[in-house]
Ligand binder design. Structure first.
Ligand SMILES: [Cu+2]
Length: 169
């Protein structure tokens, strides 16, 4: 006589489990479908060097509907980080300070060798291939972005962060 009751309870428990799985599946789908927002940093790299200065290159994607501007950065290596543009004039190129690097809504800006970059100023230790720096990038109107920057062979920099305007890449 107790059999029907038990099987009813089993069915109810089973239904509960199915419902719970369905809710979990919907939650996972919702999470994975969430579009990226803010600024996303990719392909960061700095060349190995024994010099006191080094340029950090990377790609910045703006997933917001507003323009975002990179306005500064800090490094766990403890040195000052400045924003530099590279100006080409009469066959010569020189680095100049800038207060911000703008990324259009939905746009990507590539900081690449020969172009804009983040400059580490006053390094006291050489940067050796295989090491890694941690940078925190600050944006106007968007949350800070943490980026891990591997130290790579200088010669491989252009390949890792190619100039998007250079057809040869
Ligand atoms: Cu520079």
């Amino acid at each position: 006589m107790s059999r029907p009751g038990r099987s009813t309870r089993t069915v109810v428990v089973c239904l509960f489990s199915v419902a719970a799985l369905a809710v979990a599946a919907v939650a996972v789908i919702t999470l994975t479908r969430q579009p990226a927002t803010g600024v996303v940093a990719r392909d960061a790299a700095v060349g190995s060097t024994a010099e006191p200065v080094a340029a950090v290159y990377l790609q910045l994607e703006n997933h917001d509907a507003e323009p975002r501007t990179l306005v500064g950065a800090t490094c766990d290596c403890g040195v000052k980080v400045t924003l530099h543009l590279t100006e080409h004039e009469a066959g010569l190129s020189k680095m100049v300070d800038t207060v911000g690097i703008r990324i259009d809504p939905g746009g990507t800006v590539v900081l690449h060798p020969g172009g804009s970059h983040l400059m580490l100023m006053g390094l006291e230790q050489p940067l050796a291939e295989g090491e890694q720096l941690d940078l925190e990038l600050t944006f106007d109107g968007s949350r800070p972005v943490h980026v891990q920057v591997p130290v790579v062979a200088l010669a491989s920099l252009a390949e890792r962060v190619p100039d998007p305007d250079d057809g040869s890449n």
